[in-house]
Unconditional design. Sequence first.
Length: 283
Amino acid sequence: MLAGLLPIVGGYAFSAIWSYTRYHTSRESGHKLYFRAAFYGLFLVICAFLIHIILFLKFHNYRDFLSFFNGQSNLNAPIWGQEAKIAVLIISAMLGPALAQLLNFPRIPYLYNFQIPFSGIKPFFKWEQLLLKLAIKHKDFEKLILRSTEKSQPLLFTLSSGKVFVGWAVWAPNPVEKRSAVRILPMLSGYRDLDNHKIHFTTDYEVIHKITNKELPQLKHVELEDLEIVLSSDQIVSSHLFDLELWQYLTNEQQKSSRLKQFYAKFIPAKSKSKEQHKFFSP
């Protein structure tokens, strides 16, 4: 009975170690986690059974081991006897972490920043990046953080208190950890008006640029990490990529008024148009 749990143990180990599945495994619990482990355990049993057949047909030492395990060293063990079934279960448990580590092989040169000589191409980085994107494909917030790091573009966070922060996230999405906070290096901060929710910036962190360029000798003891701000995920109401020029353009009232008329002119059909032209907008 206990031997029957070995494939589930192997399935859990496989899903917890492989880069593509460990994101989901680390954030699941209860029956969902059990069924995930059982699903991969079934896959491992099938693989273990094929390995058992190959070993049984090709290696007499393996057959002798099964016979010895059964206490009948003078007899040939059957290919699907009781001892063979136990061997398959043991192989499936061992196969889980081994196969996961094999599939994680591209991560090793990625960690050592391997690149093709004379080209600067990092193929394993792209592979790891693809796995990360697949792992977080249903997590909109972490996808936003990843886009920010890829484009080196700051993010705008609006908190439930009305406070607004613009800055760069100083961490990349991790498939294993569930984040309860976001750590940023601030660029601007301010607040949203309670009546019209317009953003008013009150503080700019130009000091960060000056510290980076060592323009302030009196602050040479200050590290960039000292200026980081931690925002609780529970307090974040909204977040998006921030472009200062785009924000200034959109908040210009005169341009906004004229653009609104142009917008309606493009997307709302005039009364003189025919019914055929109206059908796209009909409910």
